[in-house]
Design a protein around this ligand. Structure first.
Ligand code: DGL
Length: 243
């Protein structure tokens, strides 16, 4: 397989990004690494996270990937800088909470859902500082346990966590919710069930556009006219799915 693009996340979350990538870049080949064995990333220390993610990057590199998509807000905000410094022969594209998108679209009361590690990160706080306008409010909400509950498809736990999280925001006229974790697009319906009058925003299209830009500028776009191959590996049961 030529010009494979590596994509990884702590589990199924990054598949929401992979779907967007496949739509925008149908001729590319993808190797997806779902690290369910180490999920959740969002409650780990930076040291642990770097150790885990650098092993994944080594593996993807050994499989021939030159461009790696960090399909995880937590890994991007906590260790993309160090990964770039360590693997300076690779191209990295990360994903961060779509705070810029929410601010540019002039929402007034923006709630950002993400893992505790993403919410506490310097990168997230910088995004708020750089983009917030005078008439906007941004609420940063750490969602303990939510990515893990989604990963395990535990609908009761998902419902309880959402009810607890949104309880204190019911009267804040929230008009938009930024899904700052790639697992959250899989529970859009459940989120809208508790917060029906909001627009949900995520950055997956922006990530796919950035990947296309990087492939173009490094002359790495696949020349083949046929549909690309996708391989999905999961670290929990070491399963491989090819399509
Ligand atoms: N899906 C990831 C993110 O975007 C990680 C979630 C987790 O493992 O805690 O942050």
């Amino acid at each position: 397989m030529n010009n494979k693009i590596g994509v990884f996340d702590s589990g199924i979350g990054g598949l929401s990004i992979l779907n967007e990538l496949k739509t925008m870049l149908p001729h590319e080949n993808f190797l997806y690494y779902g690290d369910s064995k180490n999920c959740p990333y969002g409650e780990k220390s930076d040291e642990e996270l770097f150790e885990i993610t650098s092993k994944i990057v080594c593996y993807l590199k050994s499989e021939g990937c030159r461009l790696i998509v960090i399909a995880c807000n937590t890994a991007t905000t906590r260790c993309m800088k160090k990964l770039r410094e360590t693997f300076n022969d690779l191209i990295f594209v990360g994903c961060v909470p779509a705070i810029k998108l929410a601010c540019d679209q002039e929402y007034k009361n923006i709630l950002v859902m993400a893992t505790p590690a993403t919410i506490e990160s310097e990168r997230t706080h910088q995004l708020v500082k750089d983009n917030i306008r005078e008439d906007q409010k941004i609420y940063l909400v750490p969602c303990f346990g939510l990515a893990d509950a989604i990963e395990k498809n535990d609908s009761v736990r998902i419902k309880n966590i959402l009810n607890n999280i949104f309880f204190e925001y019911k009267d804040k006229n929230i008009d938009s919710i930024v899904l700052g974790c790639t697992h959250y697009p899989f529970i859009k319906k459940e989120i809208l069930g508790v917060m029906p009058n909001v627009t949900l925003l995520d950055g997956s299209k922006g990530v796919a556009r950035e990947v296309r830009r990087q492939l173009e500028s490094h002359n790495l776009l696949n020349k083949s006219e046929s549909t690309g191959k996708v391989t999905i590996y999961n670290s929990l049961d070491e399963s491989v799915i090819n399509s």
